[in-house]
Structures are given as C-alpha cells and as structure tokens.
Design a protein around this ligand. Structure first.
Ligand SMILES: Cc1ncc(COP(=O)(O)O)c(C=O)c1O
Length: 420
C-alpha cells in the first residue's frame, strides 16, 4: 500500500502491517528476515544506477530504484521499519539506527559545526547531555539550557543568551524528560525557533526526543517540530531485548541522515529491524496497559509517608500548567516517572536492595518494571549542580512501570519501603 494512501488508516492498523508487502516476500504473511550483508546486481549498469540513486536520488522510471547495495546503506527489513515508523510518527520519512544514541549523534553531527549553539531543555537523558556538554564542546559547539519547559519566557531568555554566543542551529527537547518526567512545551520552542530565524537568518531545527511516550501518545511533528527522535530500544521495542533508534521528519531532512549513517556505520541491523516490526504490532496495547499500571503505582507512592514526592504527569492536577499542556500536547502520560524517597542516597539504596519483584536496572519501556537511582547510574557523569537544577537529587528514583499486575508491584514496593 502506498504511504500516502496509508495515512487514512488508524495508527493501530498501520502498526500491524504497514511497510511490508507480502508480494515482495514470496507471499509470506509476515516479513522474512533478510540476513545478508550485500546485494547482487543484474548488470554493471544496474550497479552504477543503484549507487547514483543512493547518492543523488531517483529519476523518472529508474530501473534500479529500490535496489539495495550493501546492508550498511540499507536493507529490506530496515525499509519496512522506516516506512512503518514514518507512518506512526506522521512523517514523510524515517531513518533507523543501531541505538537511540546512534540516531542522536547522527542528527547532531549532521547539523552542527564549530561555533554553532545548541539550546536544550534540562534534564535530558544523561547520554545526550554528556554528548552535548562533554563531546561536542570539544568540537567548538556551545550549549545553553532552560530548566522550566512550561515557562515560555524562561525558554526565550535562554534562547537570547544562546543566540548571543553564536547561531542556534538545534533546539533539543526531551518531553517528558529522563529521569524526572518533567514536560516541555513543544509549541513554545517552535515559536522561539521562528523568532531566532528572524534574528539570526537561519532557523534552528526543533528536535524532540519522544522516547518516553512514543508514537501512540505524542506526535511532535504534528506540533511543529522538525525531527522526532525515538530510542526504539524502549517502549517501541518493548521487551528489553534490542537496541535501536529512529528519526522521523521531512524527506529533505531524513535523506542526509541516511547518507551520514552510511559513513558513520551505525544503521539498524536486519534482525533488530525484524524484531521491531513485530513489537510495533502490540505497541498500543502495551502502552495503554503500562499507563494504567503506572498511574496505580504512582498513586500508591504519592500517598506513602516515606515518599517525599512523585513527579509524574499522570498525577498533574486538573487546572495546573502541566495538566493543561499535556491535554494539548499528548494523549497519555506514559509509564516512566520519578519519585523522591525521604533519607537521601542511603534510603534509596536500602529500598532498591529490598525489592524482590521490581528489577534494579537502567533502561525503561520494557514489559518488566525497572527501577534505578539516576544520580549514580543513568546520569552519573552529569555535574551535581546541573542535576540539582534539573530536580534530580540523591533521593530521586526512576521507575519504568511494565505490564505486571499493579497489585504485585505495589506489594513489592510496600514491603521494600517498610524495610527502608
Ligand atoms: C530519553 C532517552 N533518549 C535517548 C536514549 C538513548 O537511547 P539508546 O539507549 O537506545 O541509545 C535513552 C536511553 O536511555 C533515553 O532514555
């Protein structure tokens, strides 16, 4: 089915079959797994045309259009994932990578040059924060941040500071954010990108990390973002058994990412793509159940005397800024959030060591519930004052609620809290 035609279908339908045509797979009802590193041509001219098309784009009636070259440049299972992800993200095109960080580093390398500036929300996943502040800074890229994504004026002030230091080329948002679950107004950042364009003559790209909600709960492109990045390792993969990343957006922005991916050598492999195709089929069911479970667990924690506070958009009071924003921006709250335990790191560690069902591990979005202490794990390299500004303390624990029965999760947390 043509991509345009598919757009009339509901995302649940697209998630099941879009991107795979059984006629291309010998009639197999489900996608075959193409385990090959290279592809054979009909003739020398066919090989030349395939390369021309890869680097320069197809012409009318090009007989080599769609031909593959070498799996690092693209392969059939990757094509299927990219078509499906693009449809779910309401994008013209998508590019698949071997991890979320591979997708992120490719986007940033494609769009930043020495002297450029990144404006970012805070907090963001520790790996991305480190890439920007520890690695890209070594290549002459500066970064500025804002910590209240609900305050457009604070964002604007950070944008002004950033623009004074050089052209702002990328606005990087993560909403909800890792690890706190804090939210950022995507529309305000899009507006600020327009204001920066008028001021500096070049419009920064607004890139949204959509990992915490995924395509069934939030569509940043529909809100005006230029690129939507998702660590597919998390909810989209959904079973903690693969690493993958995806970027969706306009075709003119995705093409260069595919070319750079070829040279960086970081595409998604065939087996991972095949696993993702089946994971997408159940994503909406897993997402809905995980949201319900998370709400039950968050409510229990919020009422517990040893818990100092829960940061979860699902608990936002109607009438609050967070609640109003999420009504406009998303269709659900996700299932990853943080809470603060009374008693600092020692109490946090006692809780983690007393759990028997919840697993102590980094990562999120799997069918199993995971819990971790961000300050000593996922956000380990981040300076303590920066973490404090982001609302992450030694008392903060991050919880990714999975698909178990919520009563069992609550019982485990309850017995562990008794032993803190
Ligand atoms: C919000 C967010 N973005 C990006 C990443 C990086 O993804 P990956 O681990 O697939 O490289 C993570 C990983 O935890 C994340 O939580």
């Amino acid at each position: 089915m043509a991509d345009q035609e598919a757009r009339r279908l509901h995302p649940e339908t697209l998630a099941v079959g879009h991107g795979y045509d059984p006629a291309s797979g010998g009639g197999a009802a489900k996608p075959p797994l193409y385990l090959t590193s290279t592809f054979v041509y009909r003739s020398a001219q066919h090989a030349k045309d395939a390369h021309r098309i890869f680097f320069e784009g197809p012409g009318q009636g090009d007989d080599a259009a769609g031909a593959h070259i070498y799996a690092r440049l693209g392969h059939p299972n990757l094509d299927m994932v990219e078509r499906r992800l693009a449809a779910l993200d309401q994008a013209e095109a998508a590019a698949g990578f071997c991890s979320g960080m591979a997708a992120i580093s490719t986007v940033l390398l494609a769009h930043l040059r020495p002297g450029d500036v990144v404006l970012q929300s805070l907090p963001i996943y520790g790996g991305v924060d480190s890439l920007i502040s520890l690695v890209l800074s070594e290549f002459g890229v500066k970064s500025f941040h804002f910590a209240d994504g609900l305050d457009a004026e604070a964002m604007r002030r950070a944008a002004e500071q950033a623009a004074a230091a050089g052209p702002v080329r990328v606005i990087w948002l993560e909403t909800p954010a890792n690890p706190t679950g804090a939210v950022v107004e995507i529309g305000a950042a899009v507006e600020i990108a327009g204001e920066l364009a008028a001021r500096q003559g070049v419009r920064p790209l607004v890139v949204v990390d959509n990992t915490f909600l995924g395509p069934f709960l939030q569509n940043p492109l529909a809100l005006g973002a230029d690129l939507c990045m998702t660590s597919l390792t998390k909810y989209c993969g959904g079973h903690s058994d693969l690493l993958a990343g995806g970027v969706s957006g306009r075709a003119e922005l995705i093409g260069p990412l595919r070319t750079l991916r070829t040279w960086l050598g970081n595409p998604m492999d065939a087996h991972t793509a095949w696993l993702l195709l089946r994971s997408f089929e159940t994503l909406h069911l897993r997402t809905a159940r995980a949201c319900d479970n998370a709400l039950a667990v968050a409510r229990f924690l919020a009422g517990h005397p040893k818990v100092a506070g829960v940061t979860f958009i699902g608990l936002a009071e109607p009438g609050s800024r967070e609640h109003a924003l999420m009504q406009r921006q998303a269709r659900g709250c996700g299932s990853t959030f943080s809470f603060r335990i009374k008693g600092g790191e020692a109490a946090a560690f006692r809780l983690l060591d007393a759990l028997t069902l919840l697993r102590l591990a980094v990562s999120l979005g799997g069918s199993e519930t995971l819990i971790c202490h961000p300050a000593s794990t996922t956000h380990y390299p981040i300076a303590r004052d920066r973490l404090a500004e982001a609302g992450v303390t030694e008392s903060t624990l991050r919880l990714s609620v999975g698909l178990e029965h919520p009563d069992d999760l609550i019982a485990d947390l309850s017995q562990a809290l008794d032993r803190v």
